[in-house]
Design a protein around this ligand. Sequence first.
Ligand code: SF4
Ligand code: SF4
Length: 452
Amino acid sequence: MEDGPVTVQQQRGFHVLAKPTGALCNLDCTYCFFLSKQALYPESDFRMKDDLLETYIRQLLAAQPERVQLAWQGGEPTLMGLPFFERVVGLVEKYRTRGQYVEHSIQTNGTRLDEAWCAFFRQHDFLVGLSVDGPQELHDLYRVDKGAKGTHGQVMCAWERLQAHDVETNVLCTVHAGNVEHPLEIYEFFRDGMGARHIQFIPIVERASADMILLANIGWGTRAGKDRPLYVQSGDQVTDRSVKPEQLGRFYIDVFEEWVRRDVGQIYVQMFDVTLGAHVGHRSLCVFSPTCGNAVTLEHTGDLYSCDHYVEPAYLLGNIGTKDMAEMVASAAQRKFGADKRDTLPQYCRDCSVLFACNGGCPKDRFVMTSDGDPGLNYLCAGYKMFFEHVDRPMRLMTQLLKTDRSPAEIMQWYAVQDTAWRKQARKLGRNAACPCGSGRTTGECHAGRVA
Ligand code: SF4
Ligand code: SF4
């Protein structure tokens, strides 16, 4: 199946993730395969030039007449220094038309955020995504500097400063082999320890071919030495740091079971929001949408790639210095990239009861065989299925609440009643019996019937 041709006029609603320092970063997080992408630009100083910045902002604002999202990532974008971002807001004012609204966002490791940065973010209403992998012992496992030292202390200082300046924030937590067994510890640290209100979990899946896996296990940053491989989306093995599918499913479920009892309407966990969106018919995340292709990535040189996860030569759409960005997004190659997400789904997914919520996940993770021997199943399938099936009933209940103009937060009352009944039964059964709520956990471990 092929999408029909898309005109530039139709192709308005696209999103660009810009990397002003390319893959350059002041940290050396062990799982960060983006670090290896420096190899694509061996002669570069990894700094977006002023004339290119102006071209970018002019093209982006011209392509999106009403609401524009200007999103910066890396590498570490703050390495460009504050004057670069002051130029950004100046250029936005230069090219913004009357009535055009520009939303600024930046994803950062936080280690360079001082008072001046935080004041600037507040003044210009930046949404700041801060990377935190949980409490110190979990965060410092992989999020280390060039000397292999943990960065948790610096990140917490940044968090305090951002809060003091009342900056809008979002915590981004990667889920990997080292922290996946600690869902509640992590969630409670974000909610109670930090006071975070917006949380995003990203599973770490580092792919490698059989002949690359040993090098891949060492890492992708400068500490991996001169032999570090360039990360590309190929191979059917994963590094030791990658999360296992069932572990990921359990992680999401454990966080959900806590959230749905206490925090609906107060804490926004992207995975839960997106799943509720799928139930009510509203799509917001490319990973779980039927097609993609509207989220491109701009390198510091002006090279535009199909997606942040496909910054590799085969997915280069062109350079904004010589081609119009909107035309590249509307090109046949990019439309095919997005439509392939749906058109290459194996039959196993097409027959799946949670296809409406999952849509096969991101193509970058589709490298395992189905039980029928078809290629293209998502490596994380078992975890996704576990989670989407587990939350089906509460999601339906919240959907009903929304449809009748009530708050989904009312579901917490339903859980309170259920839990009282389950706990009564559980007490009779003792700590080690299967919980009557049907979770498959013992009454001592389960959220629903927890027996002290
Ligand atoms: S490849 Fe994956 S991350 Fe990229 S746009 Fe498609 S679904 Fe989104
Ligand atoms: S849960 Fe698995 S089978 Fe179902 S759509 Fe997702 S990846 Fe495909």
